[in-house]
Design a binder for this molecule. Structure first.
Ligand code: IGP
Length: 267
């Protein structure tokens, strides 16, 4: 990680400190043991839930629960994660995404645990995962899937973290932003590829990011377009290109009723 410190680099630097702090509270060995114990309860199939929506001819929507983001500031206040989760579930979300990063997104592990108790949908832990410790922790707090951001980790890390997640029964969503990252991600034996329309270094958003890379992705992968989906027009544009899986946060968070907004955008 060289050059000017972009926001992604700042976040990862802070993550490494957080992991240190976490290990001081609950040592790695103990976290791993907790994860092994948690693994006796099966996860809810995240990729399977996406595929089921697609097979039924519907959009597969991962509905996100996030209070704030570094690019947009506070998105929702007051913020009630359980109420939001229930409203997503009632309105046809395939899966949920819960931000657990504290410092940049005002998320928390507690939110994910509360949501896990309240709804049946598969949940992805949305965080910046760079170490096995966080993968174990994801299983312990009740996540069914983890996000791996290709821009944040090298190939060896990508393999190791994937292996750990799969061993614990979780799915992995690998996220890319450009062709180089896509090539790396396609080498992993994973059913889902996320294309983030937002550049995590500059925050620029362009839906063309997804469209430009579609040709490179084999038909048997579920392509999930992430970020910057705000309107019915955005959804229609993606559907024109046969992309019918979405990860949406901001548009729902700013709506008075997030679930109703989901139903409206994806009607
Ligand atoms: O709020 P939006 O623009 O609908 O985006 C949702 C999601 O794609 C975004 O939160 C996201 C995508 N990849 C990430 C990685 C880390 C943190 C956040 C993200």
């Amino acid at each position: 990680m060289s050059g000017t410190p972009t926001i992604l680099k700042k976040i990862i630097f802070r993550k490494l400190e957080e992991i240190q702090e976490g290990c001081e509270r609950i040592p790695l060995r103990e976290m791993k043991q907790k994860a092994m114990m948690a693994s006796t309860t099966p996860t809810k199939g995240f990729a399977d839930a996406m595929q089921a929506k697609l097979d039924a001819g519907q959009s597969a929507v991962i509905a996100e629960i996030k209070k704030a983001s570094p690019s947009k500031g506070i998105l929702r206040d007051p913020f009630d994660p359980v109420e939001i989760a229930k409203s997503y579930e009632a309105n046809g979300a395939a899966c949920l995404s819960v931000l657990t990063d504290k410092d940049f997104f005002q998320g928390s592990n507690e939110y994910l645990m509360q949501v896990r108790e309240a709804v049946d949908l598969p949940i992805i832990r949305k965080d910046f995962i760079v170490d096995d410790y966080q993968v174990y922790e994801a299983r312990v707090i009740g996540a069914d899937c983890i996000l791996l951001i290709a821009a944040a980790i090298g190939d060896a890390q990508m393999y190791e973290l994937t292996e750990t997640a799969l061993t614990l029964g979780m799915d992995v969503l690998v996220e890319v932003h450009n062709v180089e990252e896509l090539e790396r991600a396609l080498r992993l034996p994973l059913p889902m590829i996320g294309i983030n329309n937002r550049d995590l270094h500059s925050f620029d958003v362009s839906l063309e990011t997804t469209i430009k890379m579609l040709d490179m992705i084999p038909d048997d992968r579920i392509v999930i377009t992430e970020s910057g989906i705000l309107s019915k027009e955005d959804v229609a544009k993606m559907r024109e290109h046969h992309v019918n899986s979405f990860l949406v946060g901001e548009a729902f968070m700013r709506a008075e009723n997030p679930g109703e907004k989901l139903a409206e955008l994806f009607a």
